[in-house]
Design a protein around this ligand. Structure first.
Ligand code: NAD
Ligand code: MG
Length: 384
């Protein structure tokens, strides 16, 4: 039996790499659903190649183009935001790869969990915003949530076979991004073209900027808290510029397990899709005879203050991380459109975190309200 996969966000960096993995393992996986925001050309091409049962194009202006192009196929075409939630409830697939970027991925992922689908989770913002509700629902529905984010995949892999053993701490590795070692007097003039050049990974625009500001690592601390049920003190971030050790787990006896490999997102994607099996791959191997040394250093949280803000959100709990995430999405949007500078992003996030009122145990509706409030506040500050 082939595993039937729904890829939400199939036209993105994770989505396209997942389709490569599936194409190379056509005996194990089949594509059931594909969704895209507005890249109809790529969505049509993917649908023709993989023959899904359904596709969603969120931008309704593109509906006719997709519908016409796929008229001679059996693929059903849907459009609009609501359609994402509707197709997430279809019972024709086994696993959702949640690869939409940002808060926009939350609702459809929740629907997939509610209807009992396994989740391969790339969309970290889902857990940053409403990790308590998402993980509780997953437990209730006995749905596995397999991380795709490389650090969390590493931790997940280190924990296989360790169910009874307590975690002392996890160590999230961070490449440091393109501006490792830089100070504010340099960062103040940084432009988006420079911020989008990540040294080790080729990713979507939002996560590339998040990596440059270290917000990505901040989001990942919160993601780790929910995935592995950790206290803030159990989560450490260390800079490791080579991105060969993808993260580590230290157990109560002091033993540390690390997961290693060349930086290639196809590996954690394939691991999540195939779990609990490991399947062969031809991805390039790490060569110990040719590689230089592995290096570690402390993050500079005075310069990259997003990491401190995320630490604050991690400790405070409630709706703080949701607010931080929403303001950050607006900040990144503003930066990518040259509306604000690199350092202004952190400023905006900090102001929103201190402005939006704190809710200790938010309901899902309150998370949505906090998200909207923080977005509106941040957007008003930069006249978006
Ligand atoms: P991307 O920008 O390349 O792709 C995003 C996908 O989501 C596209 O298919 C796009 O059409 C869709 N999308 C965008 N906005 C949408 C909206 N409002 N509604 C519905 N669909 C929408 O992003 P990416 O780099 O592939 O990242 C996807 C997710 O995976 C993010 O949460 C990111 O943090 C996470 N992630 C990515 C990487 C990576 O290497 N790219 C690594 C780890 C985690
Ligand atoms: Mg990561």
């Amino acid at each position: 039996m082939k595993k039937r996969i729904a890829i939400f966000g199939s036209t993105g960096s994770i989505g396209t790499q997942a389709l490569d993995v599936i194409a190379n393992n056509a005996d194990k996986f089949e594509v059931e659903i594909l969704t895209a925001y507005s890249n109809e050309t790529l969505l049509i091409e993917q649908a023709k190649k993989f023959n899904p049962n359904a596709v969603v194009i969120v931008n309704e202006n593109k509906y006719n183009a997709v519908k016409d192009a796929l008229a001679s196929t059996h693929t059903k075409v849907f459009a609009g935001e609501k359609a994402l939630e509707e197709v997430a409830c279809f019972d024709t697939y086994d696993m959702m790869l949640a690869a939409i970027v940002g808060f926009a991925g939350l609702k459809s992922t929740l629907k997939a969990i509610e209807t009992g689908k396994a989740i391969a989770l790339a969309n970290k913002e889902t857990l940053v915003v409403a990790g308590d509700i998402v993980m509780q629902k997953a437990v209730e529905k006995r749905v596995p949530v397999i991380p795709v984010d490389s650090e969390h995949s590493a931790i997940f892999q280190c924990l296989v076979g360790e169910t009874r053993n307590k975690i002392e701490k996890v160590v999230l590795t961070a490449s440091g991004g393109p501006f490792l070692g830089k100070k504010p007097n340099f960062l103040v003039n940084v432009k988006k073209e420079h911020a989008l050049q990540h040294p080790n990974w080729n990713m979507g625009a939002k996560i590339s900027v998040d990596s440059a500001t270290l917000m990505n690592k901040g989001l990942e601390m919160i993601e780790a808290k929910w995935l592995f049920n950790l206290q803030p003190a159990q989560i450490q971030v260390i800079i490791h510029p080579q991105s060969v050790i993808h993260s580590m787990v230290q157990f109560e006896d002091g033993s540390i397990k690390a997961q290693m490999g060349l930086p290639d997102m196809k590996l954690p994607i394939q691991y999540a899709l195939a779990f609990p099996q490991r399947i062969p791959s031809s991805f390039p191997r790490y060569d110990f005879t040719r590689s230089s040394s592995l290096h570690f250093e402390q993050p500079d949280i005075k310069t990259f203050r997003n990491l401190a803000l995320a630490g604050e959100a991690l400790h405070r709990g409630g709706n703080t991380a949701c607010v931080m995430n929403a303001a950050n999405e607006i900040a990144v949007y503003g930066f990518l459109r040259n509306r604000i500078g690199f350092l202004d992003m952190t400023e905006l996030v900090e102001r929103a975190m201190h402005k939006i009122h704190f809710i200790e145990n938010p309901t899902l509706e309150e998370y949505f309200e906090s998200d909207a409030e923080a977005r509106n506040f941040a957007a008003s500050l930069i006249n978006l």
